[in-house]
Design a protein around this ligand. Structure first.
Ligand SMILES: [Mg+2]
Length: 382
């Protein structure tokens, strides 16, 4: 089955109200929908989250030209073919003689995102060719996948009370676990905010904290000690963007709250170091941001060998299939109970996940089972 066409659809919705994490403003809900067509009338769909949309979409198109005619079921070969373009190869530097010149360093995040979207589409296609959902291809089972709802983003008028109210609202919708964005206020105010959220959601609901790289080591240790009494499941991306596995080892040694990391890593080789140093207990690699489902499987298998739980960032419609195939360490997926933060996937994939009683329920549709609302795609073209 040969690849006949690859298309990228950059899509975006302007948010009514701008939100912030501790790190950055969220003004839009965006994604790139990738289509890979193969013979026998099959089309696979992939999803990319990243920016700039235009540049990622151009890389998808360019890679489409490179893999047209290749075997659509050979996802490892295609992954390797595209990834190898990022490095020097003998006499490739002029881009002559049929060789692609090494891709620019500055484009790495966009290149890895484009590889990821194509790879996810190939897995969708493989499932459709086999008439099986992806979790079944992987040897997984159709079990309910635990999920949590993320909230606590900072609008301009954010208060401690508004965060507590929002998180309690998720519990009222049936969630048994919630994740609070933190790190936007001072350490002392954030500790108070976490205490207020714990009070609002009650003792039995799991509470994760997503810090979006808010602190250096010493502030983070002070924050961790301050929130330890509130029974925190994990501290997510606790340290500044430039801090490394060694710094995480120091933090892990200073708090009894487990650490979570991985959404900002774009390939398995940095993830390996975070897992092997023993600092993290939860792995959040996001196949829709970089490197695709194939890379997710590789890091998940390494995580399993180290007793690290796999809790992928975002995109439950894709990542629930991975978690379903990891009986020992497949722990949960992320979701958003409210569509104010990320309305686009709710509109493009209206039936994307079935949520009931704190769990995501997979279907037996082939591939990732994505039904696309093409009218919505047309409406939201970027
Ligand atoms: Mg996060």
């Amino acid at each position: 089955m040969k690849i006949t066409a690859v298309r990228a659809h950059p899509l975006s919705i302007r948010l009514e109200h701008e939100l912030w994490t501790a790190q950055e403003a969220l003004k839009d809900s965006s994604l790139i929908l990738v289509e890979v067509e193969a013979g026998e009338g099959l089309t696979g769909y992939g999803i990319i989250h990243g920016s700039p949309l235009k540049s990622i979409a151009e890389w998808v198109t360019r890679f489409g030209d490179i893999i047209r005619g290749d075997d659509a079921l050979a996802h490892e070969i295609i992954w390797n073919k595209l990834f190898s373009l990022t490095t020097p190869r003998p006499r490739a530097m002029f881009g002559t003689g049929g060789l692609v010149a090494p891709l620019p360093r500055s484009a790495r995040p966009q290149v890895m995102a484009a590889i990821g979207g194509i790879d996810i589409a190939l897995w969708d296609l493989k499932g459709k060719a086999a008439r099986m959902p992806v979790y079944k291809l992987l040897g997984g089972e159709r079990r309910p996948i635990f999920t949590y709802s993320t909230g606590g983003y900072y609008p301009r008028d954010a208060t401690i009370e508004s965060a507590a109210r929002e998180m309690a609202g998720f519990v009222a919708k049936g969630y048994r676990a919630v994740k609070l964005k933190t790190g936007g206020f001072s350490v002392e105010d954030e500790i108070e905010r976490v205490a207020a959220v714990r009070e609002a959601i009650g003792r039995d609901i799991l509470l994760m904290l997503d810090m979006n790289a808010a602190y250096g080591l010493n502030d983070c240790i002070r924050f961790a000690h301050g929130v330890e009494p509130y029974n925190i499941t994990w501290l997510e991306e606790p340290l500044h963007w430039y801090l490394q596995p060694n710094d995480y080892v120091q933090l892990a040694g200073a708090t009894r709250i487990p650490l979570s990391h991985g959404e900002r890593e774009i390939h398995r080789f940095t993830v390996r170091d975070f897992i092997e140093c023993g600092a993290i207990k939860y792995l959040q690699f996001d196949s829709t941001r970089a490197a695709g489902f194939t890379e997710s499987l590789r890091v998940a298998q390494l995580a399993e060998q180290h007793g690290v739980f796999v809790v992928p960032h975002h995109s439950p419609e894709i990542h629930a299939h991975l978690v379903a195939a990891l009986p020992e360490v497949g722990y949960c997926v992320e979701s958003h109970a409210s569509d104010t933060r990320d309305p686009l996937p709710h509109q493009i994939f209206p039936e994307r996940v079935i949520f009931r009683d704190g769990y995501i329920h997979l279907t037996d549709k082939p591939g990732f089972g994505l039904d696309i609302d093409w009218k919505s795609v047309e409406r939201h073209r970027a």
